[in-house]
Design a protein around this ligand. Structure first.
Ligand SMILES: Nc1ncnc2c1ncn2[C@@H]1O[C@H](COP(=O)(O)OP(=O)(O)O)[C@@H](O)[C@H]1O
Ligand SMILES: [Mg+2]
Length: 400
């Protein structure tokens, strides 16, 4: 079996020696270095050159910060965080700093060994994928912009917004736009556009090692509006093996081929979709003027803040706004301590008719209030947000 070199960073001597002792009994694992602080670890890491790093969450200098630094500078090292208890935030935090796993101390020897082995294998697989990918990804210096549409609540309009936003971008700016359905379990982008995908994201993943722009294009479906769609799979059980590395590669390849990559997200915040947050140039958080939705998005913003997610990427969108509703725009802004970047009115009749026809509302009723809101979204939020000063020509020709 292959040798796995491990670097243990833990300041509690008892914990550290218990880890080291356990590992000394495993034939193929070698503890190549021990450190008791972030500072010491950073000094030693080049020399130790580990495959896997075990990092105590509470080491001086903060284990999570150390993990973040290591994963950005030494992306090939697999990181395992050693925590004291599993809190709600623990897993998210760990994933965000690039860790492969979290172990809660005390753990059994087999858990420790298993985690090291799995993390090492995961990294190896990723390297195979990326070795093939780097050439493709680096070809184009001008990478497309990623717009991720998210909310931790269902039914607020993520799919509605991502679809109509993608179409508006293509229509108003005449640029190449791809819409990605990352709602891996329940994706309904294809359905809402009335297209029957021949291929889905599962096919792309099956081909991930050979993936390049050309191959990718074969898996996309064209929509009459001019956008391309990467559909979700129709069999949810197949989504289980999709991981963050797959999604990262997919986003990057799409960025190299399109001006905009618009991503429709699931309500779940889980590992495979993390790259959609990390690669996002703009993260559109969607809420509706309802107490439950606002509370939900508040919790989501607190989480993102706790993860040090760059606030300047976040845009808050208020969907299904009612002019005479109980909850006013100002109330939402005050509660969330965030200005609303875009407001989309509730238009039940038009939206229902658009759904029934399978034609996005911005194509079906281009002069309606809601379609104008999408045009504003493109101009004010997307263009300003991405710092684009390019003059936009109105190539909007759809008829109502
Ligand atoms: N501005 C709006 N006005 C009226 N209905 C809307 C609006 N936005 C979304 N809807 C409807 O609300 C429902 C949920 O929207 P959807 O985009 O599927 O939400 P999510 O993707 O967040 O679960 C859909 O039937 C959609 O057509
Ligand atoms: Mg949806």
């Amino acid at each position: 079996m292959e040798r796995i070199k491990v670097f243990v960073v833990e300041d509690d001597p008892e914990k550290r020696s218990s880890i080291v002792d356990t590992l000394s009994n495993v034939e193929y694992i070698y503890v190549e270095g021990e450190a008791s602080s972030s500072e010491e670890a950073l000094e030693m890491v080049d020399q130790v050159n580990p495959n896997v790093m075990l990092i105590g969450a509470y080491v001086p200098g903060d284990g999570y910060k150390l993990a973040e630094k290591i994963s950005s500078e030494y992306s090939w090292i697999s990181i395992i965080i050693v925590e004291e208890e599993l809190k709600e935030e623990t897993m998210r935090k760990a994933i965000f700093v690039g860790a492969k796993d979290v172990l809660i101390y005390p753990f059994t020897p087999s858990k420790l060994v298993d985690s090291i082995y799995q993390s090492f294998q995961m990294e190896k697989k990723k390297q195979v994928v990326q070795k093939d990918k780097t050439s493709v990804i680096r070809q184009k210096s001008q990478q497309g912009k990623v717009i991720t549409v998210f909310s931790t609540k269902g039914g607020v309009g993520k799919t509605f917004i991502s679809t109509n936003l993608a179409v508006s971008l293509a229509q108003l700016k005449g640029e190449k736009v791809v819409l990605v359905d990352l709602d891996l379990d329940f994706g309904n982008v294809a359905l809402s556009l009335n297209i029957i995908p021949r291929y889905t994201i599962i096919d792309v993943i099956n081909d991930i090692r050979n993936l390049d722009q050309d191959l990718m294009k074969g898996y996309l479906v064209s929509h009459q509006s001019g956008i391309k769609v990467l559909a979700a799979n129709v069999q949810p059980q197949k989504a289980d093996f999709i991981n963050a590395e797959h999604i990262e590669v997919i986003i990057k390849v799409l960025q190299s081929a399109f001006d905009y990559v618009v991503i429709d997200m699931p309500t779940r915040f889980y590992d495979p979709v993390v790259p959609a947050f990390q690669e996002a140039d703009l993260l559109m958080l969607v809420t509706t003027p309802e107490v439950a939705a606002i509370r939900n998005i508040k919790a989501c913003m607190v989480s993102l803040n706790g993860l040090n997610y760059p606030r300047q990427k976040i845009r808050l969108l208020l969907n299904k706004a009612e002019p005479r509703g109980d909850i006013k725009t100002k109330d939402v802004e005050t509660t969330l301590d965030q200005t609303i970047s875009g407001i989309l009115p509730a238009e039940h009749k038009l939206v229902t008719s658009s759904l029934n026809k399978g034609v996005p509302v911005v194509l079906l009723y281009p002069r309606s209030k809601i379609s104008r809101s999408f045009q504003n979204l493109v101009r004010r939020v997307v263009e300003n947000g991405l710092g684009e000063k390019k003059q936009t020509s109105s190539v909007h020709k759809a008829s109502s």
